[in-house]
Every structure is written in C-alpha cells, then in structure tokens.
Design a protein around this ligand. Structure first.
Ligand SMILES: C[S@@+](CC[C@H](N)C(=O)[O-])C[C@H]1O[C@@H](n2cnc3c(N)ncnc32)[C@H](O)[C@@H]1O
Length: 277
C-alpha cells in the first residue's frame, strides 16, 4: 500500500487521467503484477504470442499501433520494434515504466489519447446534469493515422470502468450499463473499419471460483456486447487466493483474435477458430 501511494504521488496523470482514475489504476495494476507475477505469466505470454502472430500477417512493415499499452506488460516491445519502422503506444495515461521504455527505444512513440473519444464530453455532461452522449457515434480517436497493424490489447472490457467510477449514482444504473455496452460496441466497430491487420485481446468473462473449483460468481466483461467467435481463448488467473479474498480465486476468460475484421465479417480463413494456448 505504501509502495502504491508513493508511486502514485510520483506519477500523477493529466487532468483527465486523474479525474477518471487512470493513473491510480496503472499503479494498482503494477502492484498486483508484483504480487501475482507467476500467476499472470501464462496470460502475458499468450497475449504476446497472439500479438506477434497477428503482426506477422500485417500487409506492411511501417507502423504498428498498440491500443491500451499501459505498463506494456503484455506488449512484446523488442520483437515489434524489430518488425516495424515505428511502434505507437496509445493509452489515455502512460505510466512511468512505459515512458522509460519509450526513452530507450527510438522506434517507440507514445500517443496519449482516449480511444472512446468520450471522456471530456461525458465529464462536461455529468457536471451540467445533462444526459449522456451517444457512445456509438464517437469522434475519430486517432485522426489521420494509417497503420499496417493495430491491436486492442486487454482494453475493451476496461473502457466503461472509468466512466462508471465518475457517473455512478448520477445516472440510472440501466442507462449506465447501456452506455458501457455502447462504448465497447463502438470500439469493435471502429476496429473493424481500420486499414491493415487488426487484432484484439479482451476479457470475455470475469469469474470467482471457490476452493473446490466451483464458479460462485460470473460476470459478462463486455456488458452484453457480442464479440465474434475468437481464434484463441485462455484463462488469466488475475487474483489467486489470498490476493482478493481467502475464499475465492478471481479469474478472467480472455478471447483473442488474429484478424478481428475477418472474424466480425465472417470471412476468416477456413480452419481458423477457437484454440486454447
Ligand atoms: C488492463 S490495462 C491493459 C494492460 C496493458 N496492455 C499492460 O500490459 O499493462 C487497460 C489499459 O487501458 C487504458 N485505457 C482505459 N480506458 C482507455 C481509453 N478510453 N483510451 C485509451 N486507453 C484506455 C488504461 O489506461 C490501461 O493502461
């Protein structure tokens, strides 16, 4: 806890990152990773493996874009830099470890952007007591950027959460949930329309599992948004006992796509389909 407080004090984010708690969340993820490093390793390896397999099918070698890069725990930085002329890390908040990586890798660039395009508008609407904007027609988050490879990396399920923190109690629960689902659906639609190869890794389901292996609680991580059948699926043991509780382990079902556009359009290669790793 002390480590988290000191780290946060030394790494506060922009006004928006502070308002929505992105800087605090980055510190919490780093702290949990320190505590659960071994349990997270298979997930991080599976995510990196998917990133590189998808990147290898990109039509060009100029620009790769990582959406939701955060601490870069699941980003195979060296390997991507070896494959592309430049690698753009996109996040609403780049914590200190990502800034350090970018200083040491001439091919890495940091882009600070809210990929929902909704943060400022929602904050203003909430302050003025106005209804929430329509999340399904957001402004273009990265105007003018054409990448050979883009991947949304452990980001989709996280998109609504900062909004929930700010809007909880100010907006009816059903409207908030609809808004969250709209954010995720808009993200999927935006990804589908991007040029180049597009990959995706996202939580599909969050579960609590008791000591006998029985699922005691399970929640749709995508708020009712319906992703296509994944190319790969695996479990992320995100909080094994006693990290969050002495009674249950928390685990995430993660889905991965090597070609999200083809999966959405139902045009992927014959033989592709779900695989555990
Ligand atoms: C679960 S973390 C992803 C993990 C990250 N790839 C890593 O290895 O550390 C989710 C990331 O999404 C970012 N994020 C959340 N909402 C965002 C938004 N609207 N726009 C851009 N990034 C966002 C967070 O700041 C965080 O870094």
């Amino acid at each position: 806890m002390l480590w988290e407080c000191i780290t946060l004090l030394r790494d506060r984010g922009s006004r928006q990152a502070r308002r929505f708690g992105h800087d605090r969340e980055a510190v919490a993820i780093a702290a949990r990773h320190r505590r659960c490093r071994a349990a997270w390793e298979p997930h991080l390896e599976a995510a990196k493996n998917l990133v590189l397999t998808a990147a290898d099918t990109a039509p060009g070698r100029d620009t790769a874009v990582i959406l939701g890069s955060g601490l870069c725990l699941d980003v195979p930085v060296e390997e991507l830099c070896a494959r592309f002329r430049r690698v753009l890390l996109v996040d609403v908040h780049h914590p200190r470890p990502a800034r350090k990586l970018a200083r040491n890798h001439p091919k890495l660039r940091l882009i600070t952007a809210d990929v929902t395009g909704m943060g400022e508008t929602v904050a203003r609407a909430a302050a003025a007591g106005r209804p929430l904007p329509d999340p399904t027609s957001p402004p273009e988050p990265l105007p003018g950027l054409r990448a050979d490879f883009t991947i949304s990396l452990n980001l989709a399920s996280q998109l609504p959460i900062p909004f929930y923190k700010v809007l909880d109690g100010r907006v009816p629960a059903e409207a908030l949930k609809r808004f969250g689902r709209g954010l995720i659906e808009a993200h999927f639609a935006w990804l589908e329309g991007l040029p180049g190869r597009v990959g995706l890794v996202c939580d599909r389901m969050w579960e609590e599992v008791d000591g006998d292996g029985a699922v005691v609680e399970s929640r749709d991580a995508l708020e009712g948004a319906r992703p296509p059948v994944p190319d790969r699926a695996w479990i992320w043991d995100i909080a094994p006992r006693p990290e969050e509780s002495h009674c249950y382990d928390r685990r995430n079902h993660v889905w991965g796509y090597l070609d999200f556009t083809a999966a959405r359009r139902g045009t992927r290669a014959v033989g592709a389909g779900p695989q555990g790793t």
